[in-house]
Design a protein around this ligand. Structure first.
Ligand code: DC
Length: 235
């Protein structure tokens, strides 16, 4: 069976990761949460007081950062590891969300992470979500999705997610953080968030999770079918 790359980009808290995870499960592909990688770098920078404006410091720090993903058998999820330590819960906290867009706007950070992401997708058969996957990391991806949802719905989803992890944050603070991250993510000089010309636009405000997953899996199956027919010389 030919393998494809599924690239899912979009705004913060629009359900990309939840959808991507389930799509990956159905396709039997690994799932890579690139936002988690930017969050892990942010955690390292905070813990080690790395200056965001000193390129030499940033470079040294990046050379000392190793990010990996490992299966958490008990919880049935993929956890993010920073230099061997499980940081999955820490990187989801609000203090990381407040800094992550500034850290991910640094060119050297992006170059290091994009190179690692491209290595992860070398043999295809992967679902990756983020902000620049269809535009920069895998511009040749067979399936690109650009996902969005109404800002208030996104804030409510994020609040619910944080609440489940024991962080009680007001809806205004969350909405403000999302607005700020959208602004930084879409206006930064280095690979800003934008829809690739050949991406499928999905506004999931009124969709259930099942409907989103079904849609993306159907589109992925179409692409796999196309490759199969090409291989057989019929397309
Ligand atoms: O998907 P997320 O909210 O966990 O991502 C956290 C931040 O990381 C987001 O505000 C922008 C940045 N990011 C990025 O710049 N490029 C990516 N491919 C993924 C995330």
């Amino acid at each position: 069976m030919p393998k494809i790359i599924v690239a899912i980009d979009g705004y913060s808290s629009c359900g990309k990761s939840t959808t991507a995870k389930l799509v990956a499960k159905q396709l039997n592909y690994p799932y890579i949460d690139t936002g988690a990688m930017y969050r892990a770098v942010t955690l390292y920078f905070i813990q080690n007081h790395v200056s965001l404006t000193n390129p030499r410091e940033t470079e040294i720090a990046l050379n000392n950062i190793h990010i990996s993903f490992r299966r958490h058998a008990e919880l049935g999820r993929n956890d993010t590891y920073l230099n061997g330590a499980n940081v999955e819960d820490e990187i989801r906290k609000m203090y990381i969300s407040e800094k992550v867009s500034d850290v991910s706007a640094i060119a050297a950070v992006r170059h290091a992470l994009v190179a690692q992401q491209q290595r992860m997708g070398r043999t295809k058969g992967i679902v990756m979500d983020g902000r620049d996957i269809g535009t920069v990391v895998f511009p040749q991806a067979e399936l690109k999705i650009f996902m969005t949802a109404d800002p208030l719905i996104r804030a409510q989803r994020r609040q619910h997610e944080l609440m489940e992890k024991g962080e009680l944050i007001g809806i205004e603070e969350i909405a403000e953080n999302l607005k700020m991250r959208d602004f930084i993510d879409t206006t930064r000089a280095e690979s800003p968030l934008r829809q690739a010309a050949d991406a499928v636009y999905v506004d999931n405000s009124m969709m259930t999770l099942d409907e989103q997953v079904e849609l993306v899996v159907r589109l992925a199956d179409e692409q796999i079918g196309l490759l199969l027919r090409k291989k057989a010389g019929r397309a």
